[in-house]
Design a protein around this ligand. Sequence first.
Ligand code: AHR
Length: 493
Amino acid sequence: MINIKLNAEEKKGQISRHLYGHFAEHLGRCVYEGLWVGVDSPVPNTEGIRNDVLGALKRLNIPVLRWPGGCFADEYHWMDGIGPASGRARMINNNWGGVEENNHFGTHEFLRLCELLNTEPYISGNVGSGTVREMQQWVEYMTFDGESPMANLRRENGRDEPWSLQFFGVGNENWGCGGNMRPEYYADLYRHYSTYVRNYGGNKVYKIACGPNTDHFHWTEVLMREAGGLMDGLSLHYYTIPSGNWFGSKGSATEFGTDEWFATLKNTLYMEELIVKHSEIMDKYDPEKRVGLIIDEWGTWCDVEPGTNPGFLYQQNTLRDALVAGINLNIFHKYCDRVKMANIAQMVNVLQALILTEGDKMLLTPTYHVFDMYQVHMDNQLLELQFDSPEYTYGDVSIPQISVSASQDSEGAIHLTACNLHHAERAKFRCHIEGANNRQVSGRILTHTSLNAHNTFEQPDLVAPAAFEEAVLKDGVLEFELPPASVLVLSLN
Ligand code: AHR
């Protein structure tokens, strides 16, 4: 029995809704096909954006969407993507498969997508191969209200009113695909470029500096020391690679045994150590926690599906991905005093996608369902939980068997999400609730008897949430039992 003490009077901070953010890059079939089919497509669409995907994404109440990359961002020249589609420049997508990029999805189309989704845009600017002027003009083009060359150009292209732009990334992975820079050099470039990312009118841009790759602590140290005062956020990228090996095979998304199941979840839990260690460095320079840690790329990175373009990063998504998502989101909650945004990589058809498409067909992955189940936490107060997790031991390595998080919404409802990481053992919970008097409980569970269960276009609902009616709430004690390999959400009213 796992005993948990939940104190509803002990609030630990606000779980920003931006922890439920997304990322869509010009990569493989994410933007083109996955989101954008064009106005002349036989696939039903709204101004070129496919309706089925749009409808599914709307149900998630997506708070923020990052675009256009990724590595693509540091080769993207935004002026290529405005004006009549037929006149737009064609370029090579050098990072992702060397395919043609026709620029049909540009600034107007992206910001329209954000409007349709009622989501806040997060744009990544080009530091690697773009100029300061280009970055300054892009922000002016999008947000300036008065008479100016860029605002007038925007009007000529059919948009009178400026957009509101909340988040702007000054470069992406500038330690790698974004220019192979040293942190000292990038810190100076950040200071330089970000000066010209201006606030026009009432628009206030939250500026995000390129942060470290995984455990590159020196990068965090230098950026915070040299430029911490000029940024609002510092990014962190960490992917779960099943094999733990970047350069050989990363592991199949669907063909795996219990050893790879365990290794994948263990590698996911490393996210917590990274957040703690990078936060310690940030605390030194920013004890008030003004600068947000922005985990704007996370998720599983597997080998591509056999027979698909290796540059397109298309992978299937199983129950294991659901656990990866559930664990990561619970970790982000726990550190919500420092972690202010997170963006799963990526939204459609790439890496740990929420949605997969094939022609006019679409399916929702187990990861989509976890985002759907967890959305009850958005903007809630994180609640204190005290418990000791049993160990999940495989060979001679142990990790915690469970991952749990709880929050309270503005109406007093308590929401609890729990993952049972164990591939074979059940987990029995008894949760003692203090400081609240909720009486009813309802829930949904995502699980399957097969660890690699996944949805296909033939069987799109093989892994889908089911009502969970086995939880009992009586006299402030909540009891429930989780099957192996499961993700659960409970709401107490
Ligand atoms: O998400 C895929 C790629 O991973 C991004 O383009 C890049 O930023 C990271 O290396």
